[in-house]
Design a protein around this ligand. Structure first.
Ligand SMILES: [Ca+2]
Ligand SMILES: [Ca+2]
Length: 185
């Protein structure tokens, strides 16, 4: 695997290891769901929350499958498993798209079927558990990169951007797809 992608996968690990205990386990994803639920003042049984939880479950189940099935993964194991998983359509087209879609529906608070800069910022702050965005790219630049065939950052475009972020070296380090996975620098 190319070193650049490996570095990127390490950043995904850091974003998901929400208690920073050096391993990713299901409780880390639950904390991500809780962050978003709280940031958007959603009820825990809201359909959008359920959808997000199921999306993270799908992502984690696939990673576990590619990583040998353990309940927790070190950074090294996670990076290796992610590197193998991205070659599988079941992972990118379903698991990663699932997270993108679930987060898009929560973040698109004005319901206009595209992400605006303020909506993206609120989402990034929720996912990364921060008060301000300190990323190395402006969110406007990330949105321009993330535009899909329709010319806007809609649900499909977020999913496609996330796939590019995980598979292609020909993208900036900070993209909409990376941001929804918590990678902001
Ligand atoms: Ca952890
Ligand atoms: Ca919107």
């Amino acid at each position: 695997m190319a070193g650049q992608l490996e570095t990127r996968y390490g950043k995904v690990f850091d974003a998901i290891d929400t208690d920073s205990n050096g391993t990713v386990e299901w409780a880390d994803y639950q904390r991500l769901v809780e962050r978003v639920t709280k940031a958007y003042s959603l009820e825990a049984d809201n359909d959008k929350v359920t959808q997000l939880e199921q999306a993270y479950q799908g992502f984690w189940t696939q990673l576990q499958h590619h990583g040998g099935g353990g309940d927790r993964m070190t950074k090294e194991q996670f990076v290796k498993a992610l590197g193998e998983a991205v070659g599988s359509p079941a992972f990118t087209d379903m698991a990663v798209s699932g997270i993108a879609g679930a987060l898009f529906h929560i973040a698109n608070t004005d319901g206009n079927d595209q992400l605006g800069e303020d909506e993206l910022k609120r989402l990034v702050l929720a996912v990364t558990n921060r008060d301000s965005y300190t990323g190395s790219t402006t969110l406007g630049a990330a949105l321009r990169e993330g535009k899909g065939a329709s010319g806007v950052v809609d649900s499909r475009a977020v999913a496609v951007s996330a796939g590019r972020f995980l598979k292609s070296q020909q993208v900036p380090e900070i993209t909409v797809g990376g941001l929804i996975l918590g990678v902001y620098k």
